[in-house]
Design a protein around this ligand. Structure first.
Ligand code: RB5
Length: 155
C-alpha cells in the first residue's frame, strides 16, 4: 500500500518512527510534510493527505497532530475521507474493518511511541470486510457526503 503521511509540529516527534514502521511492513510512504518542528497549521496537512488519497496517489493516510483531534476534524471535511482518532488497538483495526476508515489520526502528545507503533500496525494490517451491514452503513455515510456536496443536505 501507499500511505500518505502528514503531520503538524505537534505530531512531528512521532513522524520518523511511523515512517520506519510503515516501510518495515513493506509499504510505501507518501510524505505530505511537515518536515520540521516549526509551528504550522494542521488543516494544511490534513488537506494534502486528503488530496493525495482522493487523487489515487495513496491508498490510505495517517495524520499526526498534538491530540489527533484537530487534524481529524479537518480531514473529515474532505469528500472521500473517513478519518478517525484511534488511541486503542481495537478501534485502529475495527475502524477499517467496519467503517472503511481511510485515515488514522494519532495524537503525539497523548500516546507513547510504542503505542503509536502498535496502532499503525493494527491499522495497516486491517481490511474492510465488505459485509452487507457494513456496506449498507458506509453507503449511508457516502449519501450524507453526496448530499452535503450537492447542497441538498438541509432541504
Ligand atoms: C498544535 O499546538 C495543536 O493544537 C495541534 O497539534 C492539535 O493538537 C490540534 O488538535
Amino acid at each position: 500500500m501507499r500511505i500518505a503521511l502528514g503531520c503538524d509540529h505537534g505530531g512531528f516527534p512521532l513522524k520518523q518512527r511511523i515512517v520506519s514502521v510503515i516501510q518495515a511492513a513493506g509499504h510505501t510512504v507518501v510524505n505530505c510534510g511537515t518536515d520540521s518542528d516549526c509551528s504550522v497549521d494542521y488543516p494544511d496537512y490534513a488537506l494534502r493527505v486528503g488530496q493525495v488519497i482522493v487523487a489515487g496517489e495513496a491508498d490510505r493516510g495517517i495524520l499526526l497532530c498534538g491530540s489527533g483531534v484537530g487534524i481529524s476534524v479537518a480531514a473529515n471535511k474532505i469528500p472521500g475521507i473517513r478519518a478517525g482518532v484511534c488511541h486503542d488497538i481495537y478501534s485502529a483495526h475495527q475502524g477499517v474493518e467496519h467503517d472503511d476508515m481511510n485515515v488514522l489520526c494519532l495524537g503525539a502528545r497523548i500516546i507513547g511511541e510504542e503505542v503509536a507503533v502498535e496502532l499503525v500496525r493494527a491499522y495497516i494490517n486491517a481490511q474492510f470486510t465488505r459485509e452487507e451491514r457494513h456496506l449498507r452503513r458506509l453507503n449511508k455515510v457516502l449519501q450524507i457526503e453526496r448530499d452535503a456536496v450537492a447542497g441538498t443536505l438541509f432541504r
